[in-house]
Structure formats: structure tokens, C-alpha cells
Design a protein around this ligand. Sequence first.
Ligand code: GDP
Ligand code: MN
Length: 399
Amino acid sequence: MDIHEYQAKEVLANFGVAVPDGALAYSPEQASYRARELGGERWVVKAQIHAGGRGKAGGVKVCESDVEIQKASEEMFGKKMITHQTGPEGKGIYRVYVEAAVPIDREIYLGFVLDRTTQRVMIVASAEGGMEIEEISEKRPESIVRAIVEPAVGLREFQCRQIAFKLGVDAGLTQQMVRTLQGCYRAFTELDATMVEINPLVITADNRVIALDAKMTFDDNALFRHPQISELRDKSQEDPRESRAADRGLSYVGLDGNIGCIVNGAGLAMATMDTIKLAGGEPANFLDIGGGATPERVAKAFRLVLSDKSVQAILVNIFAGINRCDWVAEGVVQALREVQVDVPVIVRLAGTNVEEGQKILAQSGLPIIRATTLMEAAERAVGAWQNDLSQGTRMRAVS
Ligand code: GDP
Ligand code: MN
């Protein structure tokens, strides 16, 4: 789960990271009022969306009066902001953050990620802040400093000093760097984050180390341990298909193709998507309904996949290990009777009680297209979809 910049700053501030003074606004009027409350002469208005790259897209404006703030935020509110991180559909702006402007001397990049190779938290930093990390690693790869944190001992001060030194930070600022790095690391581990990114971490003209931007992502599977973080969720920033799935306990990722997939197990779901591609089709989604595919879950999955209007065929691929094919088949039949499905449905079952499962599908009287192997299932799904297109008719699974 992603959170907004202003939320990440509040979280990190609680762990001792210095951030600018700021306040949130839900309207242009409130934005200018917030600036007057904050005081000072220069402010920055920042569109709150779950994506970076706002600076270049007009989502970060430095203002010198409340009138300017009102105008700058009027330009933002209600708009869909498209940055290189949002995808072509963009993300809606419904909140802006107003901050006291900070006089920047230097911009540093600072990121904390999970490094799967070493199975450790890795710190990635660069003296070339402001640019996105992708751009830094392309243009100035030698500027990137990496450090692995040993979980048994945590992030030690000497390691932080080493990083600060490699970034060329003045010795007088080392303590502030240590505090920032350790604060981020503690927030990362204690809150089960998967990413903390501060870009830029700035050194101000008056020698302060401040997080000017902040981004945090949390492990969805650990959110139950952090109710105060779960509350920060903003559905307006999520793919509506993915929000609906998350609310129903299904693991779903929306894609651009038109063959909907209902699969049990993440590995099998990946293999299914690969096979659809191999057969010349494009998957509309990744959907893992989990190990115990009950009829209710199967029905939920059908509703979810069908809510995506680009879906033109559905491939159900179930491997029953602990589960049983006959039980899953009952679920599919029940789901198809309950849910109005007007696209071809291809079902491939394998594993425990497969014969009984096939019998249930065959005897249901529903126009289910059956397949034995995954390749066959994918080819039939692609074939059914193409056939459907060329005939201009739709096979009805439910009359
Ligand atoms: P992003 O483009 O979405 O990553 O948004 P950022 O919060 O990183 O802002 C983009 C850029 O705006 C930063 O790299 C800074 O150069 C600039 N910026 C943001 N806040 C301030 C500020 O308080 N003062 C000044 N001078 N520049 C700022
Ligand atoms: Mn940034």
C-alpha cells in the first residue's frame, strides 16, 4: 500500500526525521488559508497523488502570496495528473499540501528498499538528488552509494557516517544525517515498509538536513499489525479493480489485455499469464483466489473479473492439491448460475478428484469449454475470444 507524501512526512517525523512545516488542504481557499496560518513569505503547493514526477508535471509550485497559492491550487484540484509514474490514465488530485519553502543548497537522493538477493534492507543514496533514481543510475551510476543493513544489529552509527562521508556531506552535518538515516530505518522496519524514498533530502542554506519529499510503501500482508497505517489508505489513488479485490481478500492486479484469469496460487497465475501470451493472447489481469477456492470465492472472482469491461473470455485454471477438483467445479458451476457471465468460459482442472470435477462441469449443462492441459486451455481461451470477435456474437454461459 502506498501513502501520500504528507502522510509519509508525518510518519517519518515521528521517527525523528526533519521535515518542513506544512499543512493539508482540500480546497484552494483552504490552501491559501493554510499558508497564512503557517506564516512566512514563500510556500510550496504540492499536489498529493500516489506518484512521483510531480515537479515536472506541474504538481509542485513555489508561491509568494496567498493569491498565488489559491491560483496554483485551483490549477491542481480535480485534475488528473499524468506523470511518468502514473501511467496514461493519471491520478486525481483531491488534496494539496502547503509547505513553508526551504532554501535549498544541495539535493541528495535517499532510498530504503528490500534487497531480495541479500534478504536485507538496502540503503541506496546519491549526491545527485532531485533526479529520479532510474535517471541517476543511467546518467551517474558511479554516484550511487549502497549499504546493506545487518538485521541482527540494525543500522549502526558508523554505517550512517560512512554513507554521509561518501555523499560528501560536511562533517558538521553528520549528526543530522545519522538521525535521518536511523529514523528512516526504524520507520521502515517497525512499520513493515517495503520502501522509503526521500528525494530530495536537502541540505539547506542554513545547514539543516530536511526531507523535502517522502514516499513510503507498506507490505499489504503486514497491515493488520499497523491499524494506524491502514487508515492512511486512499482509494481514490488506486486502480478501482484492485481496490475492490483487496476489499474482498483477493490478490488482483489489473492488466491491459482481454482474457480474464481466475487461478489458485500466485505461481500458477504467473504461469497462466505466460501461457496466454504464448498462445497469442493478452491477460486482462492477474488474479490469485488462494488455496481454498470455495464456491463463494470463485463467485467473487467471476464478479470482479467481469466488472472489467475489456474482458472477452475467462480462463479458470485450478490446480487442486489440498483442494479438490470436484469441489472447485461445484464452485464454478454455482458461480456461473449466480453471476451473469456473457463471455466464453474455459476451465482447466488438474489434481485431486479431477475426473469427478470434469463430470460436474460436463453435467451442468452450462456452455463451459473444458481443457486438459494449460496450453490447451490458453489456446482455447484465445481461440474463443478471436472467434467471438469474428462472429460478432457472444457465447452465453447463462441463459
Ligand atoms: P516530485 O517531482 O513528485 O518528486 O516532487 P518533489 O517534492 O520532489 O519536488 C520536486 C522538486 O521541487 C524538488 O526536487 C525541488 O527542487 C523543488 N522543491 C520542492 N519543494 C521545494 C522548496 O521548499 N523550495 C525549493 N526551492 N524547491 C522546492
Ligand atoms: Mn521527489
